[in-house]
Design a protein around this ligand. Structure first.
Ligand SMILES: N[C@@H](CCC(=O)N[C@@H](CS)C(=O)NCC(=O)O)C(=O)O
Length: 205
């Protein structure tokens, strides 16, 4: 069984979206990240060294797999359960683009968002993520072919990057970019993303 450690209104919503795109049974275990006693749950501690959500435990294979971090979890799930068709196989030439976009969220978008929130002055050449404007330019170029990052093929990379674009919009830092706004709408139109976001809304109500 796949167990997702989840909390509403967090990055865990993107892994819920991914799981809803897949054809595997899973359970959601709520970890209220504001409550130390909830974060002390042994299974959660074992899966998430930094005590952050999302984290995942999968006991469906030869042994129990535990891991945290959206990109690591998405890479794991898409490869481990290939019937969902969310990752090109290793021999597929689009695997290169896929891997690039799978690490774009933690490696580039997230630090660039911190740069924007905190008004950091960074050097594009020496900061690993370039800078916020470069990140947006690269993302726009990546979507030129569209409708998804790998062209016609929707993949786990769209779950990571699409949810990051949605977070940028929600936090008011998404620039006025027709391409990125349209991409965000395409992601939001996916029933699986609506289910994941609906779960946040249910708990807020
Ligand atoms: N790099 C991680 C970041 C996860 C993260 O920062 N999660 C936040 C919620 S959105 C969290 O659990 N914060 C609680 C804490 O660190 O105390 C990922 O992408 O999954």
């Amino acid at each position: 069984m796949i167990t997702l450690f989840w909390c509403p209104q967090t990055r865990a919503s993107r892994i819920l979206w991914l799981l809803e795109e897949m054809d595997q049974p899973f359970e959601v275990r709520m970890i209220d990240i504001r409550k130390p006693e909830a974060r002390a749950a042994p299974d959660f501690v074992a899966a998430s060294p930094m005590g952050k959500v999302p984290a995942l435990m999968d006991s469906g294979g030869q042994g129990v797999v535990r891991l945290a971090d959206s990109a690591a979890i998405a890479l794991y799930l898409a490869d481990r359960y290939p019937s969902a068709g969310l990752a090109p196989p290793v021999e597929d030439p689009s695997r290169g683009d896929y891997l690039y976009w799978m690490t774009f969220t933690p490696g580039v978008i997230e630090p660039a968002m911190m740069e924007r929130f905190n008004n950091w002055e960074v050097s594009r050449a020496t900061s690993g993520w370039g800078n916020f404007d470069a990140m947006i330019e690269v993302l726009e170029r990546g979507l030129e072919r569209g409708p998804w990052l790998l062209g016609e093929r929707f993949s786990a990379a769209d779950v990571l990057v699409g949810s990051s674009v949605y977070f940028m919009k929600a936090f008011g830092v998404l620039p006025d970019s027709a391409a990125l706004q349209a991409y965000c709408e395409r992601c939001l139109a996916r029933p699986a993303y609506q289910i994941a976001l609906g779960r946040d809304a249910e708990l807020e109500a």
